[in-house]
Design a protein around this ligand. Structure first.
Ligand code: ADP
Length: 382
């Protein structure tokens, strides 16, 4: 009976049960007492018939009626009393049942939610029922699951951050100790290494601050109609000297009459800088980097393609995770923090776009694509 899965029906049925038990007991007792008690009294018709014949005086007939009335009242009172007690007993039994089915699970839920509030995220409820309480228990378990996962992510982040901060600090400490002990010569090269680590530390801290704001959804993204070619050309101009110095051929392939995108220009610049810095970092000299921009009916797609070291297929799904680096020591040496792509993905998502990477494998280059909604598409939606 599916309707019995609802608490309101369960409560209704339990109340009805008390009423039914009361009424049944009342009827049964009244019947029983009527048969046993009232049968002993002479029927009033007999008295009146006798008085008509003049054989019996009207006095005793009157007293018969009175005693009959008393008997009747006694029967009614007794029946009501017994029925009242039966209903009381039924209500005790029903309320015990209801409290077992409702109050006990509620108490368990309240204990579990208090333990969750105290930070014990492993706590779960185990309510076996089929009503709304089971739904509530399931929701609390889901909440506990989500809290536990958040806590695990927080702990993992703390461990990652501690590890990332320790590495450059240990290097700086090592150099300083070597300098103090006279083991390392105080040469400009040594100081440059120390500065390199300090710069990396500062960058890491800045990116961490940005990441925490991005993950908390606090990065301000203000989309507006954006002409992509001038924006891409502006960013490319900043990188041109670095690509030239590294002897990497750098080209722009931008589609003619590219429609306007609906994006935040500052955030877009930030994403492009990240992708181009990676292309520069992971493309050896003699390589090539191409930035392209194309459009279809719903979005514009920007691609940053390089002919660099490439990304093995098994790493591709993970490179947008924070602190994920394909080659940890190589990325660290080149100043990589493993956060850039995570921030880029947050920024792209916040603008209603998508970002992904493709690579044919190690040594065969990598292409990063990002899509952004078209301004006309968004304008039509509004
Ligand atoms: P990082 O600061 O270490 O570059 P990112 O989040 O920007 O951090 O990138 C994460 C990882 O993805 C890098 O450590 C690198 O292993 C890989 N990666 C990113 N861009 C490229 C690329 N263009 N070519 C090859 N590997 C790349």
């Amino acid at each position: 009976m599916s309707w019995l899965r609802h608490l309101r029906w369960k409560l209704f049925v339990s109340h009805m049960l008390i009423i039914v038990i009361g009424v049944v007991v009342l009827l049964a007792t009244a019947n029983f007492l009527a048969v046993t008690n009232l049968a002993q009294v002479a029927p009033p018709s007999l008295g009146s018939a006798a008085s008509e014949t003049g054989q019996v005086s009207p006095g005793p007939a009157q007293s018969d009626v009175t005693s009959q009335q008393e008997q009747f009242r006694t029967v009614v009172d007794t029946a009501l009393l017994i029925a009242g007690f039966a209903a009381l007993a039924a209500s005790v039994v029903v309320s015990l049942f209801v409290s077992r089915r409702i109050v006990e699970p509620l108490q368990e839920l309240s204990i579990v939610s208090r333990r969750l509030a105290d930070g014990y995220y492993r706590e779960r409820t185990s309510i076996q029922s089929d009503d709304e309480l089971a739904d509530l228990s399931q929701s609390i378990n889901q909440l506990a699951e989500a809290l536990e996962q958040t806590e695990q992510r927080r702990l993992a982040l703390l461990a990652d951050v501690a590890h990332e901060l320790r590495t450059p600090l240990t290097t700086i400490e090592g150099y300083m100790e070597g300098l103090l002990d006279g083991v390392i010569a105080p040469e400009p090269q040594t100081f440059a290494m120390i500065q390199h680590e300090a710069v990396r530390l500062k960058r890491l801290i800045e990116e961490l601050a940005l990441l925490s704001r991005a993950e908390a959804g606090q990065l301000r993204v203000l989309p507006q109609p954006v002409e992509l070619p001038p924006l891409i050309e502006h960013v490319a101009a900043q990188f041109q000297p670095q690509f030239a110095a590294q002897e990497v051929q750098f080209e722009l392939h931008l589609e003619d009459e590219l429609p306007e995108a609906f994006a935040d220009p500052d955030r877009l610049v930030q994403i492009l800088i990240n992708l181009l810095a990676n292309a520069l970092r992971y493309t050896p000299s003699g390589g090539q980097v191409i930035v392209s921009a194309t459009a279809n009916e719903t979005f514009v797609r920007v691609g940053v393609r390089d002919s660099g070291i490439g990304i093995p297929a098994k790493h591709l799904p993970h490179i947008f995770e924070r602190f994920y680096r394909v080659d940890k020591s190589r990325a660290r040496r080149s100043g990589g923090t493993g956060i850039g792509l995570t921030i880029a993905r947050h920024l792209v998502y916040a603008q209603g776009g998508e970002i992904w990477a493709e690579s044919e494998g190690p040594g065969r280059g990598a292409t990063f694509y990002l899509t952004l909604p078209l301004y006309v598409e968004v304008a039509e939606l509004v």
